[in-house]
Design a binder for this molecule. Structure first.
Ligand SMILES: Nc1ncnc2c1ncn2[C@@H]1O[C@H](COP(=O)(O)OP(=O)(O)OP(=O)(O)O)[C@@H](O)[C@H]1O
Ligand SMILES: [Mg+2]
Length: 345
């Protein structure tokens, strides 16, 4: 990574294309885009109607000739052309003009730790389509570790958990490299799905897709921890009649429902620890786990992890921005390579 740092320092912008949100950092200007990775297309003409927040609000509310698409899925770009069009619109004319002025435009992007060559290629192609002549790829786990302020360059082990929308990535990092890692295909989307299924089965209520987040917020404020309110009122559609109905939902039951997808997470932590040399595990016992990514904000998740592992668990500040801020720090040259003070031979 030390050698790559000077390549990264020469990049002009960095992109984190997530399954849920797209973020762009421009050197010197900071974070310029933080919007949902969504585009709405007119299928008759092929024209792009909206991107980002506006397109997300259209989900489930469009006439048949408008399709709302997500060009990124499971951590990889699945529709390169659409991802390029979405990014172009999200960047806007002003930023694009600034980038176009560079004689040799360089870009950086983060990709999941286990991205296959096709996934990496798709990330590179997307940015080449935006005019980049050279693209540097950084492991999301490393970028997020840097963004969270972890000493990833030092010879001390740190455990980082990137809780994204589609998956949770977990790794032990030391000396700027990944010692052991695991990707668990459970993230914020799985939690939303578990809540929707719970309401459907237990209360025969269909929750509109856009109400899952408000529901999570209603349950938060410690709602998903035992100290929170015992029940909360939810509006939705009756499964049988299709009529609007509201029910009182027991928060303890919702808490149990979202716990199920997370059991896979606890198994993943055990596996990473087993793959780790004992010296590093000793470091981890007192440093614990650093949680980053949007789903780290899920109320009660840190508490659940603390109970399951017995290790200290902390959530980074603005966890959802760690990966892009980490890339930004590398671009701005705020990450110091490890200096070796070897005695003269
Ligand atoms: N305050 C919050 N409480 C609970 N969950 C949240 C909160 N904010 C964001 N999330 C969840 O975090 C996820 C988005 O996180 P993030 O922006 O890190 O994902 P991403 O980078 O787009 O996804 P990925 O890295 O998996 O490709 C969504 O699933 C969202 O539901
Ligand atoms: Mg992400």
């Amino acid at each position: 990574m030390t050698a790559r740092l000077d390549q990264l320092r020469r990049c002009h912008f960095a992109v984190d294309l997530g399954a849920s949100r797209t973020r762009v950092y421009v050197k010197g200007a900071g974070l310029v885009v933080d919007q949902p990775s969504v585009a709405a297309v007119n299928t008759r003409t092929g024209a792009l109607i909206a991107v980002g927040e506006l397109a997300e609000r259209m989900t489930g509310r469009t006439p048949h000739y408008i399709r709302v698409v997500r060009p990124v899925s499971g951590g990889n770009v699945v529709d390169i052309e659409m991802a390029q069009r979405m990014l172009r619109h999200l960047l806007g004319d002003k930023v694009r003009r600034t980038l176009r002025r560079k004689a040799f435009l360089r870009a950086a992007a983060c990709t999941p730790n286990d991205a296959d060559p096709l996934g990496r290629r798709a990330a590179i192609e997307t940015l080449v389509g935006l005019g980049a002549r050279r693209v540097e790829l950084v492991d999301t786990l490393i970028a997020a570790g840097v963004g969270a302020g972890l000493p990833v360059e030092r010879p001390e082990a740190t455990m980082i958990m990137v809780c994204g929308a589609a998956a949770t990535q977990l790794a032990v990092v030391s000396l700027g490299s990944i010692v052991a890692s695991e990707r668990i295909p459970v993230g914020g989307d799985a939690v939303d799905h578990a809540i929707v299924q719970h309401l459907r089965h237990q209360h025969e209520l269909i929750l509109p897709s856009q109400s899952v987040r408000p529901l999570q917020l209603a349950l938060s404020g410690n709602g998903l921890t035992p100290q929170g309110p015992a029940s909360t009122e939810i509006h939705g559609l009756d499964v049988a009649t299709g009529l609007a109905r509201s029910v009182k939902v027991d928060t303890a039951a919702v808490r149990d429902a979202i716990q199920t997808p997370f059991t896979a997470l606890f198994d993943g932590i055990g596996k990473v620890l087993r793959d780790c040399p004992p010296d590093l595990v000793a470091d981890l016992a007192d440093r614990g786990i650093m949680m980053v990514g949007g789903s780290a904000l899920l109320p009660g998740l840190d508490q659940m992890l603390r109970q399951a592992t017995g290790m200290p668990v902390s959530i980074a500040e603005r966890p959802e921005l760690c990966a892009i801020e980490g890339l930004g720090a590398m671009l701005e040259g705020r990450v110091e390579p490890l200096e070796l003070n070897l005695p003269a031979e």
